[in-house]
Design a protein around this ligand. Structure first.
Ligand code: ATP
Ligand code: MG
Length: 439
């Protein structure tokens, strides 16, 4: 009877080494970049109380209504796999009383979960780098965060366009909401089914609907920016001045409202046409009310999240991705009796920080095949003859470099072939000097 092979969960990807290389390079570069701006990593749980997301993101958002992975655990508590990171980050900062004193600048990097229809650029487990700053309300921090977001894209080697908007204060937004409803009601029948529903709970979402008729209607709608409260208007102006001073080009998108309830004042997105329908790579904004809404002291906040799958997809299109770094040396054992010494030597070379892939014990032809597949820069085969003192041959696989000499002098052979031994070998307390003597 055929055994059924287990399948992964739809919309959740496996990533193998060839692809992980680009992930690791990007993640490493981003971590280094965040340090330049004084951000420190918070490592947060993937699970939170369902209640947190309902309260933070909003009951009538797509995420909370349709997209969350929610289950009841063995204690009967309702838990949810995090669909985004801001709510958990705010929760953690409030709980640990980290919102006072030195300005907290946090980032997190990891998987998020949303039960959406899987398609290119839209997955059920995807990854975000998220950035949050607490305690600063001036437009200057909005500008800093947006400058950081610009550099995130530059670091990844991608280009996209910056769109900004202001949602104003909650009170101004309520007044605008009423105006928008007055405009939408007579046009209700023309809207898509989703928007007819959205209109009742969250009419601003109609503005960013992707359906063509809704977009036409949204285009002619009253504009948020014309109905901002005085302070938000000044804040928005000040941000624009700073973006200009920092030479960050932007467009005002009057229909940019973001799908989460916690935003106020500045919202922004980096968008591209290069990824088809899934055009938003990075999105963020100000959420001054969230901390208080969750029971913390009134604390302004600002942040963004960038989807790493989309960032990498764009990188692949626009600047290519990093390739796997092949090992330095393939060292093969031609017979059982050669294994122990071959493995010892491989260990010593690794002590010195050199990457070695071993093969065998098996016959010459087989080892040659393995050596080629390993893509190692050099290869050498060890048999009884080499143990007895016959010369070991090191060969460059893709070039003409060659060395012959005693097995015990392999490090000298590598050195003469131009291999640099790292100053400080990683993952080890030994260095080249001890490796040399112990060979
Ligand atoms: P979209 O309009 O594409 O659904 P969103 O407004 O739901 O995006 P946010 O919650 O703001 O997205 O998340 C920030 C970023 O995370 C997005 O700009 C995108 O790059 C990425 N992202 C969001 N949902 C997914 C998903 N299901 N799969 C892959 N990446 C995603
Ligand atoms: Mg979404």
């Amino acid at each position: 009877m055929a055994v059924k092979i287990p399948q992964g969960v739809r919309g959740m990807n496996d990533t193998f080494p060839e692809e992980s290389v680009a992930w690791q390079a990007l993640e490493g570069d981003l971590r280094a970049l965040l340090a330049l701006y004084g951000y420190g990593e918070v490592r947060l749980p993937l699970l939170e109380s369902t209640d947190l997301f309902a309260r933070a993101i909003g009951d009538v958002t797509d995420i909370v209504q349709k997209e969350m992975y929610t289950f009841v655990d063995r204690n009967g508590d309702s838990l949810t796999l995090r669909p985004e990171g801001t709510a958990g980050c705010a929760r953690a900062a409030i709980q640990a009383r980290r919102l006072r004193g030195q300005t907290p600048r946090f980032y997190y990097l990891g998987p998020m979960f949303r039960h959406e229809r899987p398609q290119k650029g839209r997955y059920r487990q995807f990854h975000q780098l998220g950035v949050e700053v607490f305690g600063l309300s001036a437009a200057s921090i909005d500008a800093e965060v947006i400058a950081l977001s610009a550099r995130v894209l530059r670091t990844a080697g991608v280009t996209a366009s910056l769109q900004i908007n202001s949602l104003g204060s909650p009170a101004a937004r309520l007044r605008y909401r009423a105006l928008l409803l007055d405009y939408l009601r007579p046009r209700r029948a023309e809207l898509c089914v989703d928007c007819r529903e959205r209109m009742e709970h969250n009419p601003l979402r109609v503005l960013d609907c992707k359906v063509a008729v809704c977009q036409d209607i949204a285009h002619a709608a009253p504009r948020l920016v014309d109905h901002l409260d005085e302070d938000s208007f000044l804040h928005f102006n000040s941000l624009q001045g700073l973006l200009t001073a920092l030479e960050i080009p932007y467009q005002i998108n009057h229909r940019l409202v973001r799908g989460l309830d916690y935003y106020n004042r500045t919202v922004f997105e980096w968008v591209t046409d290069a990824l088809g329908a899934q055009g938003t790579v990075l999105a963020g904004g100000r959420y001054d009310g969230l901390v208080a809404q969750l029971g913390g002291a009134d604390t302004p906040a600002m942040g963004f999240a960038v989807g790493l799958e989309r960032l990498l997809a764009l990188q692949r299109l626009q600047s290519g991705v990093a390739d796997v770094v092949p090992p330095l040396l393939f060292l093969g054992a031609l017979e059982d009796a050669a294994v122990a010494r071959t493995w010892q030597i491989a260990e010593r070379l690794r002590d010195a920080g050199l990457s070695v892939v071993t093969g065998g014990p098996t016959h010459f032809k087989q080892l040659m095949k393995q050596a080629e597949r390993s893509r190692a820069r050099f290869q050498g085969m060890v048999g009884g003859e080499q143990l007895a003192g016959a010369a070991l041959r090191l060969k460059e696989q893709a070039g003409n470099g060659q060395w012959q000499g005693s097995l015990n002098a392999i490090h000298e052979g590598l050195h003469s072939l131009g291999v640099d031994f790292p100053e400080r070998a990683p993952h080890t307390v030994r260095n080249f000097a001890t490796a040399r003597t112990s060979l």
